[in-house]
Unconditional design. Structure first.
Length: 260
């Protein structure tokens, strides 16, 4: 598990960090948290669902079927045309420390080696790449708060249900059962009274319909698993599986303009 260190100008003024070299850190992630603002980018490439964290639900993109991340090349390249925002700030993240939000760096990326990237400039300010990442993370956090509020409205309306997901694996194999996911109940959504439905207009309904529409991407997960199993060796895996699966485009920059 990643250990996070809160950045301090006092403690880290002369420290450096190793930048993200691929997405190896996400190799075991079966789901990735997603934001309302990136739904348009996610829909062509991911099946979406919800996971329950305590009493709250978190919208996620499904990236695995129990045997590793199906969107990850063995060498760390993301095998998809859009990388979810939750992954793109690494090796940095925001965290709550007492009553304030602080910028943290993954401990194994922190170094005193001046060949690596500096955390601070000569004036004691955050280096530009770090400052840009901080701004990106702040915008993601703002969108996350909006996303959480929308999900809570859906939960309060009673339209999120457990998802007994089973994915076929061919005629000679038993379907794969995926536990722990939740989905929008179309039946419950259609049964809402006019006043409740009106209260879901905008973000909550966008999220609900996006999740339901995204389920056609479940077959792509199966295709990814089959293709990765067939090619086996690292050098034989296409660098962009979306090109094999009729995808298009590329986006793993620190951009928050998800509609661009």
């Amino acid at each position: 598990m990643t250990q996070w260190i809160a950045l301090s100008k006092t403690d880290h003024a002369y420290h450096h960090y190793w930048g993200r070299d691929g997405y190896h850190f996400a190799s075991d992630q079966q789901v990735v948290p997603v934001l309302l603002a990136e739904l348009g980018k996610l829909l062509p490439h991911y099946a979406l669902g919800f996971v329950k964290e305590g009493e709250r639900y978190q919208p996620v993109a499904i990236t695995g079927l129990g045997q590793g991340n199906l969107y990850l090349h063995p060498e760390g390249k993301w095998l998809g045309n859009y990388v979810p925002a939750a992954l793109r700030g690494y090796p940095f993240r925001l965290a709550q420390q007492e009553d304030q939000t602080v910028l943290c760096v993954a401990q194994d990326h922190l170094t005193g080696d001046d060949v690596a990237k500096p955390l601070f400039d000569n004036d004691g300010n955050l280096a530009k790449t770090v400052s840009d990442t901080l701004e990106f993370l702040k915008q993601c956090e703002q969108s996350r708060q909006v996303t959480n509020a929308c999900v809570q409205k859906l939960a309060d309306a009673g339209v999120i249900e457990a998802w007994p997901l089973q994915i076929g694996r061919g005629d000679d194999q038993q379907p794969l059962k995926v536990n722990g996911l939740h989905r929008i109940s179309e039946q419950a959504l259609n049964a809402l009274d006019a006043e409740t439905l009106h209260g879901l207009r905008g973000g909550p309904l966008s999220l609900a319909y996006a999740q339901m529409l995204s389920t056609h991407q479940l077959s792509e997960l199966t295709k990814r698993a089959e293709l990765l199993a067939q090619v086996g060796g690292t050098n034989e895996v296409p660098e962009n599986l979306d090109s094999v699966l009729d995808g298009m485009g590329d986006d793993d920059d620190l951009m928050f303009d998800f509609d661009s």
